[in-house]
Design a protein. Structure first.
Length: 275
């Protein structure tokens, strides 16, 4: 059995992953900004669950959570970077304060968690890092550009980390979920910037409206998503990317087709710039 370290474990996909891992007999160091929220999520929590308060923007809290987890279980095998939130607004509409706060959690929070946990995985010469991204980090859309940018950053970090950790026997997977029936579209998980520039009503407006309509109506089953995530940690050759949901697959395929068409159409100009 493995020991999991999960951020944002009190609700949403993080809670489902924690539940699935516990159900398979694994131990989980489940972190959230308030450990009481984790305990409320698992009222019948087994001894294999350690709830710890840790804000991913606070490196000291993460270090303490790792220390507590190692004291309880002796090792960490799987790190799930799940903590994060969404942000809606046209790129120009999003304030600098909102953009920086988003990156502090969605990007720098991941880096903080990696710095806290990777020394243990490196010492063991084994483990698996799961970075919970989004299909929006592969193919973003109007109205969610800054959120997509934070997840694009996570894609780049994950690709590099994959190459850096592979020689040490550590796997890296970035998970790209589509729409799942979690609380992600609820106000507790997504921040909406005011629609302050009328010119963007046509481009970003439909996305704003769709997000409001779809809260709780997303096509994906979060329990099935959690099962798929835990499944890949039990394979010998896990993927670098794991798309979850038919909508995610469709968006990835559409972008791959677009990139291929543009590359073919402009190949001569691209190659003509070389030596």
């Amino acid at each position: 059995m493995s020991v999991w370290f999960v951020t944002g474990a009190s609700r949403g996909l993080g809670a489902k992953i924690t539940q699935e891992a516990l159900g398979r007999g694994h131990s989980v160091i489940a972190t959230a900004r308030d450990a009481a929220a984790v305990r409320r999520a698992y009222p019948d929590s087994p001894e294999r669950l350690l709830a710890v308060s840790a804000d991913v923007t606070e490196p000291g809290q993460l270090a303490a959570a790792v220390e507590a987890g190692l004291a309880a279980f002796g090792r960490i095998d799987v790190v799930v970077n799940n903590a994060g939130y969404g942000l809606v607004g046209a790129v120009e509409e999003v304030s600098d304060k909102a953009a920086r706060a988003l990156f502090d959690v969605n990007v720098f929070g991941v880096l903080n968690t990696l710095r806290a946990t990777l020394p243990t995985l490196r010492a063991q010469r084994s483990g698996h890092v799961l970075n919970i991204g989004s299909v929006g980090g592969f193919a973003t859309a109007p109205g969610v550009g800054l959120y997509g940018a934070s997840k694009f950053a996570l894609e780049g970090i994950s690709e590099a980390l994959h190459g850096e950790l592979a020689p040490l026997g550590i796997h890296v997977t970035i998970v790209e979920p589509g729409g799942f029936r979690t609380d992600f579209l609820h106000s507790s998980s997504i921040q909406v910037e005011p629609a302050s520039i009328a010119d963007y009503a046509a481009g970003a407006g439909p996305v704003r409206e769709a997000l409001t309509r779809n809260d709780g109506r997303q096509p994906g089953d979060p329990e099935k998503a959690a099962k798929a995530v835990v499944d890949i940690t039990e394979t010998t050759d896990p993927p670098l990317r794991l798309q979850l949901g038919a909508d995610a697959v469709e968006r990835v395929e559409a972008k791959l087709d677009l990139v291929r068409r543009e590359l073919d159409a402009w190949r001569h100009e691209a190659l003509a710039t070389g030596i």
